[in-house]
Design a protein around this ligand. Structure first.
Ligand code: DSN
Length: 410
């Protein structure tokens, strides 16, 4: 990106941007929730739309001068509905949430009475803080009814989820996680929600891009509300969307504004619109297919090296490695890998006996390396580096040279 002006006016920030640019270029990023956006997405995010206040919704704003941003917001909404093949007769979308956390909070504010029950996967099993964890506002204002996964299969156990739902009668059930590598059966969740009269929400933040690329089942047929961030597999700016059946949309719009947020970040809305357009192109479908291929090859190669992979593999863009089985905590593993220029995040594994700050595993994701153009043969190299670093205890600085060599080839 052209940094001509900032270079002249603010050398401190200029240097930090350049340093981060260098870090991103010279490391292999395996964080499952990050990605590299296109120049076009960045340009829209850095555009003059950041100057405009637009509290309200198209044709109903609290400020003048909104002719252009009204067009922008409507276009973004149309693109969002079109990407997921939704009819505007039945579905609405709110494109204003600043990010995933306020999007989820807005849905609960709109649809669940305060102190009501939100049934969701607990954080240590792969869920998200904003699905009702006690340290999050969502766990203080509402009661989380947690569900987990089956200890043996390390996958969702729908009979058990039904049993909990019948006992607890939650107001809303959430599916969609941050560290679950398998396909979710949305139809089964719909049935469970119907049996207990709950609203069914999916948080598809992690796999939205895979749904757009048609390599992961679409949840829309079975749900009432869907939230998603736009910056993970969807490869857009840091922002979020809330899709809802028409009957819920008025309440949700009111919860977003004025309930929770002020003026929408129209530069982010412009940038979301650009990413949604990119996600409709054949190249994006190919990208999503490659993300899944890369994740599978990666997890298979890790198994060959002797790692225990949670649920024995993956159907998606990510997988979880039990590093503690080989006596290495997730923090230590992550620190060693970083010394060699490989970035991961430490992660709890299901039924973890250790703590979130030093859990038993690491999470590995393929979205960013796939955006960088990595294919199967590159993935095998990365998996082998991880084994050499963590199992054979080879010198990280030696591996770093090999990492930089691979990155130079790009
Ligand atoms: N969703 C989290 C992650 O997966 O990294 C961030 O909130």
């Amino acid at each position: 990106m052209n940094l001509f002006h900032i270079k002249k006016s603010d050398s401190q920030i200029y240097k930090l941007i350049k340093a981060e640019e260098k870090r991103q270029k010279k490391t292999i990023n395996l964080i499952a929730s990050e990605n590299f956006v296109s120049e076009a997405v960045q340009e829209a995010l850095g555009s003059i739309f950041t100057n405009k206040y637009a509290e309200g919704y198209p044709n109903a704003r609290y400020y003048g001068g909104n002719k252009v941003v009204d067009k922008l917001e409507k276009l973004c909404q149309q693109r969002a509905l079109k990407l997921f093949s939704l009819s505007p007769k039945n579905w609405a979308v709110n494109v204003q949430p600043y990010s995933g956390s306020p999007a989820n909070l807005a849905v609960y504010l709109a649809l669940v009475p305060i102190a009501g029950k939100i049934m969701a996967m607990s954080l240590d099993m792969g869920g998200h803080l904003t699905h009702g964890h006690k340290v999050s506002a969502t766990g203080k204002l509402w009661q989380q009814i947690p569900y987990g996964i089956n200890k043996k299969t390390e996958q969702l156990d729908y009979d058990e989820i039904l049993k909990i739902a019948k006992k607890e009668k939650p107001n809303l059930i959430v599916a969609g996680y941050t560290a679950y590598p398998r396909i979710i059966d949305f139809k089964k969740f719909r049935k469970i929600a119907d049996e207990v009269g709950a609203i069914f929400m999916v948080d598809m933040s992690h796999f939205a891009g895979l749904v757009a690329g048609k390599v992961y089942p679409s949840p829309f047929k079975y749900t009432d509300v869907i939230t998603t961030t736009t910056h993970k597999t969807l490869r857009g700016p840091r922002a979020a969307l809330i899709f809802s059946k028409k009957e819920f949309s008025e309440k949700i719009n009111k919860a977003v504004f004025p309930g929770l947020q002020g003026g929408p970040h129209m530069n982010a809305v412009a940038s979301i619109a650009v990413c949604l357009n990119e996600a409709r192109k054949p190249a994006f479908k190919k990208y999503s297919e490659q993300v899944i291929k890369n994740a599978k090859v990666f997890s298979d190669e890790m198994k060959k090296c002797g790692w225990r992979i949670i649920s024995n593999g993956t159907d998606t863009h990510l997988f979880l490695v039990d590093t503690w089985q080989k006596g290495i905590g997730g923090k230590e593993a992550s620190d060693i890998l970083e010394k060699a220029g490989i970035i991961v995040n430490k992660n709890m594994i299901p039924f973890d006996q250790r703590t979130p700050s030093d859990p038993s595993g690491i999470r590995i994701g393929a979205p960013t390396i796939t955006s960088k153009g990595f294919r199967e043969k590159d993935i095998l190299k990365i998996a082998q580096w991880i084994c050499r670093l963590l199992i054979k205890k080879e010198n990280p600085l030696k591996i770093k040279k090999e990492v930089l060599n691979l990155l130079k080839l790009r």
